[in-house]
Write a protein that binds this ligand. Structure first.
Ligand SMILES: Nc1ncnc2c1ncn2[C@@H]1O[C@H](COP(=O)(O)OP(=O)(O)OP(=O)(O)O)[C@@H](O)[C@H]1O
Length: 214
């Protein structure tokens, strides 16, 4: 199944074109890094794929559905169901414990909350013992694992990760990418990592170089 199809994509702020991407297709199980320098439009691309921005030109389809063809609330539901996103700032809810963060993600995706499944995922990511901890009690690496678990707990078709290695040393950067790949594979999701981190080269099956538009 084609999970992500991008064609002739362009986005502008006013007169200024900030993103151009001719084509990108991800099928079930594919892993891909989009690599480019600061300002080349990586975050803009993630926002377009997530339906948080609308293309000025061309199209983005997730699981065959063009996001710009949906109204705002249908788009929110679609995003919650089909996408998992690991943000650069992890955005774990500080008032909830780790397990509650995962159960909320299931609820928002309209999947029945399943604490057993959530705990299984936390265990697989090596943070099962923190299920009842608050995000503030976790190290950065532990919080990142929880954020990966939260992005996958509703079994999305596509996992998006924004700069997942930028604050990590070489060993932990490679470990984080392995973890994303392994866990995406375990739930059958395609994985797209967006980064300026050139260390990532060769770590994922595919790479796309994003250049700032002329
Ligand atoms: N709200 C906005 N209004 C105008 N220009 C913007 C806005 N947001 C981003 N831009 C511009 O769009 C371009 C692409 O920004 P984007 O954040 O997508 O780049 P990026 O590749 O993610 O950068 P970085 O690696 O530094 O996070 C940049 O030149 C930026 O200045």
């Amino acid at each position: 199944m084609t999970v992500l199809q991008i064609d002739n994509l362009g986005f502008s702020y006013g007169q200024r074109t900030v993103l151009r991407l001719d084509t990108l297709t991800l099928n079930e199980g594919d892993t891909c890094a989009v690599i480019g320098p600061s300002g080349c439009g990586k975050t803009t691309l993630l926002h377009l794929i997530a339906g948080l921005l609308q293309p000025a030109q061309g199209s983005v389809a997730v699981c065959g559905q063009r996001l710009d063809a949906l109204d705002a609330s249908a788009r929110d539901r679609f995003r919650g169901h089909h996408l998992g996103i690991v943000f650069q700032r992890l955005h774990l809810l500080p008032a909830l414990d780790v397990l509650e963060n995962l159960l909320l993600a299931q609820r928002l995706a309209r999947v029945s909350p399943d604490a057993k499944d959530a705990r299984r995922l936390l265990d697989a990511l090596g943070v099962g013992e923190f299920a009842r901890a608050r995000p503030a009690q976790l190290s950065q690496g532990q919080a990142q694992r929880v954020a990966i678990a939260r992005a996958l707990v509703h079994r999305p078709a596509l996992l998006l990760a924004d700069e997942p290695t930028s604050s990590l040393d070489d060993d932990n950067a490679e470990r984080a990418i392995d973890l994303l790949q392994d866990q995406a594979r375990a739930v059958g999701a395609a994985l797209l990592v967006v980064t300026h981190d050139r260390r990532i080269r060769g770590w994922l099956a595919r790479e796309v170089q994003l250049e700032p538009p002329a």
